[in-house]
Ligand binder design. Sequence first.
Ligand code: NAI
Ligand code: MG
Length: 332
Amino acid sequence: MHKLVVIPGDGIGREVVPVAVEVLEKLLPDLQIVEAEAGWSCFQRGGNAVPEATYQAIRDCSAGIFGAVSSPTGQRVPGYRSAILQLRQGLKLNTSLRPVRSWPGVSPRPGVDLMILRENSEGLYSGREHWESEGVAIAERVISRVACEALARCALDVAKARKARRITLVHKANVLPVTCGLFRDTCREVLEGEGWAAELDERLVDLAALQLVEQPEAFDLIVTSNLFGDILSDLACHWSGGLGLAPSLNWGNGIALAEPVHGSAPDITGSGRANPIAAILSMALLLRYHWQKPALAIRLEAAVENFLREEGKADFGFETTRVVGQGILAVL
Ligand code: NAI
Ligand code: MG
């Protein structure tokens, strides 16, 4: 029996998550759904962006899907912190898996197939921000050996599953020798110590960004820290066809939370334009890596590929969510 906590969240999260759940139910007829809430609207209703019941449900089921969350930008709302950041940190979902590959009809070029592994629980997103004095604001970047070790061990598992030829560590250790130095040295120690025999190389993050634009085919498995992974994964998903096709899996501590990379997209919420493929492909990551059902993951990705090949696009205007969802269900 597979149990899945379903957290639609805010904005288009509420539109794409039901489609992804319907697709997963077709693949796993024994799927048991547990509904839970989190996000900005949840905070506005009850004063808590992630109620304790939501943490408990995810711990009990060990798997979930999270749609997206809205965060008020530029202003500080007392007591509010992004729900997804709280979940990643609170549940120790150490690693975010963010694959980027070419799809027929929607990708700007063929032949791209890479994965970004992003440290997911610390770095510059640790929530340690304060005013040092009038006009001077400080953010602390936390890098711990424990989190880097967990990330590197996850990289080995993913490399095995992907049959990766190369792992590229992305950092900025020339400017941040203490934090990025610890990141790089710890990842190297784990990967070399656990017998990573294929190629292990490194890039400074600025050059990695340029090369992801110039020659994305050169990358296989990228391992990086939280902020760098956040930025590089949005950049790289251009090669898939954009945020509507970018899936992710928050993973660690025996728990997996599938999550489309995109946010709540207030500009298109309620219009029917949200592409559900990012959420659907996030379910494939859950199947492959957490539930160890690679054959079902392959079947799901093949259905997406066949749909896109037949239709030659993923944008159906105001009918996108419905047409894409129904189309993928039909070829599954
Ligand atoms: P966004 O990802 O929500 O939207 C960026 C652009 O991509 C928009 O033009 C949007 O219409 C488009 N887009 C995104 N997903 C799409 C989809 N599935 N189909 C078609 N088009 C899609 O990022 P933005 O605008 O920077 O942030 C909006 C809100 O989302 C903010 O409150 C932000 O804090 C939050 N956010 C939440 C994330 C999360 O829950 N993990 C991640 C990123 C942003
Ligand atoms: Mg992001």
